[in-house]
Design a protein around this ligand. Structure first.
Ligand code: SAH
Ligand code: SF4
Ligand code: F3S
Length: 475
């Protein structure tokens, strides 16, 4: 049934399903002398980075275009998380090179997480690209571009211990004008054995808390109603005020951003089960505008597999965390990421993953089968020994169980009224709005009254599928 991992390129679905692997909607602006075209893949961090890149390029006189044929510079912000993500980028590069053949002089650049691993191959062996720039080197883009204009292929994949782009105001592209991402930290210091991120994005570092609050304030002043604070492991956010030496934790930061305005909703992603504290849970409970939604990836329901994955918690610890969340915030929704068919996973261990989905009552999960990544701990230490058909079958079982659990959760919402933030028209009909509850559930409801995109409205749920809710405006 599943030829491809259904969520392969789509791992940022938790943030905004519209954005995955798609061209960011861009503005065409004739005021700029030159044009760039950018496609982004992978997680929300990458989409957020593309907005930083757009800001850097704007200062150099580059405006963005939606049409790659018109571009002087074609960029692809890449992801390495699974093999399929890399394959997709390679296909895109061959298409960009066709454009270049028609219009010599067009520059092609690879940004993001594939940069480090494939720099030599892409630049020298295959001569597919003119510049390769890693996630911490975007300030160097103008220099690399002007070098490439003179015929020098350029590369900068240096990772930094300090770079957070704190002073760069991202140029919001493709935004619905209602919600925006704010990057609060970069890199990751965890060493989950399956994961390539610590290698592609380097050491963890937290961004100046005041620059984060200022960005949130600025977004609210522009009319945005929701911000998502982004990091690979937001709960380990820690920033020391150089003046006072005071330390700002993630719980402190949440509260600082929540205080920008009660009408600004705060979301965050991703929480690592080992690091989420009671203080964070109390902040979510105590501030109405901090959304009652936690993405708490379990990866596997079995303690032996979790140990091999180097997740540093076991099943018992995870179950206790989930219980604690529901105890402190009874109306909280929890979602997860799951990997099926990790090295040596048995059928019984797989069944424990099915169990943890039911026990945790996830409202949604992002589900993948294991894809070995060169250089990771797992690639070096463990054999990728689960046959592909078995991985796919286990994945389909995980999807089936999650779908039933999501359906049951949505059925329980029928008759309840939720405060919904209107994100725009529903995809299917301009007569309906689409919005989200605090719990990150999508609600579709007929347009009545004078409501518009960006308004909050109370909606009573009348029906639900596994994917969304339908309702009517209650007031
Ligand atoms: N920092 C986040 C996850 C970032 S990657 C966290 O720790 O939760 C997003 C998801 O991709 C992971 O949670 C994991 O489920 C999946 N993933 C990462 N590496 C993978 C691999 N090698 N094969 C399959 N899925 C993987
Ligand atoms: Fe990867 Fe683990 Fe870091 Fe998440 S916490 S980015 S899964 S190493
Ligand atoms: Fe992919 Fe890099 Fe994000 S590997 S998932 S784009 S951090």
């Amino acid at each position: 049934m599943y030829d491809n991992n259904p969520t392969l390129e789509n791992i940022d679905r938790k943030i905004d399903p519209k954005l995955q692997g798609q061209v960011i909607e861009q503005f065409d602006n004739d005021a700029f002398a030159k044009k760039f075209y950018i496609e982004s893949y992978g997680c929300a961090m990458n989409f957020s980075d593309s907005e930083i890149v757009a800001s850097i390029l704007a200062k150099e006189g580059y405006g963005s275009t939606r049409d790659m044929d018109k571009a002087d510079l074609i960029l692809v912000n890449t992801c390495s998380i699974r093999e399929k993500a890399e394959e997709t980028v390679r296909q895109r590069l061959s298409i960009f090179n066709k454009v270049k053949r028609k219009k010599p002089g067009t520059l092609i650049g690879v940004l993001g997480c594939m940069a480090e691993r494939l720099k030599a191959k892409l630049l020298e062996e295959e001569k597919l690209v003119d510049i390769v720039v890693g996630p911490d080197a975007y300030r160097d883009l103008p220099t690399l571009i002007s070098g490439a204009e003179d015929g020098d292929r350029g590369v900068n994949v240096l990772l930094s211990r300090e770079e957070t782009y704190a002073d760069i105001s991202p140029l919001r592209m493709g935004s619905n004008g209602v919600s925006a991402f704010i990057s609060i930290m970069r890199g990751c210091d965890n060493m989950c054995s399956f994961c390539v991120v610590p290698f592609t994005r380097g050491r963890e570092r937290s961004r100046d808390a005041f620059s984060i609050v200022a960005e949130a304030q600025d977004l609210f002043d522009q009319g945005f109603k929701e911000v998502t604070l982004l990091g690979q492991n937001v709960d380990s956010y820690k920033w020391e005020n150089p003046g006072t030496k005071e330390v700002v934790t993630f719980a402190d930061l949440l509260i600082m951003v929540a205080k920008v305005h009660p009408d600004l909703r705060i979301r965050f992603s991703t929480s690592h089960p080992k690091d989420i504290t009671d203080e964070v849970l109390y902040a979510i409970r105590d501030y109405e505008n901090i959304c009652k939604y936690i993405h708490l990836p379990v990866q596997s329901g079995n303690s032996r597999v979790l140990k091999l994955m180097n997740r540093t918690y076991d099943r018992e610890w995870y179950d206790q965390k989930v219980d604690r969340i529901y105890e402190i915030i009874p109306d909280c929704a929890i979602s997860s990421d799951i990997i099926c068919g990790f090295c040596s996973e048995t059928e019984d261990e797989h069944k424990e993953t099915l169990e943890v989905i039911k026990r945790s009552k996830y409202t949604l999960s992002y589900m993948f089968f294991y894809s070995e990544r060169p250089g990771t701990l797992a690639a070096r230490k463990y054999e990728d020994d689960i046959p592909l058909e078995v991985k796919k079958r286990r994945l389909s079982e995980v999807i089936e169980v999650q779908s039933a659990v999501s359906y049951a959760s949505n059925q329980k919402d029928i008759g309840k009224t939720f405060k919904v933030l209107i994100e725009g028209d529903s995809k299917k009909s301009a007569d309906d709005f689409k919005g989200r509850t605090s719990q990150f559930k999508t609600v579709i409801f007929p347009k009545t009254g004078n409501y518009k995109k960006g308004d909050y409205v109370n909606v009573t749920v009348q029906s639900g599928t596994s994917g969304s809710l339908k309702g009517i405006i209650a007031d």
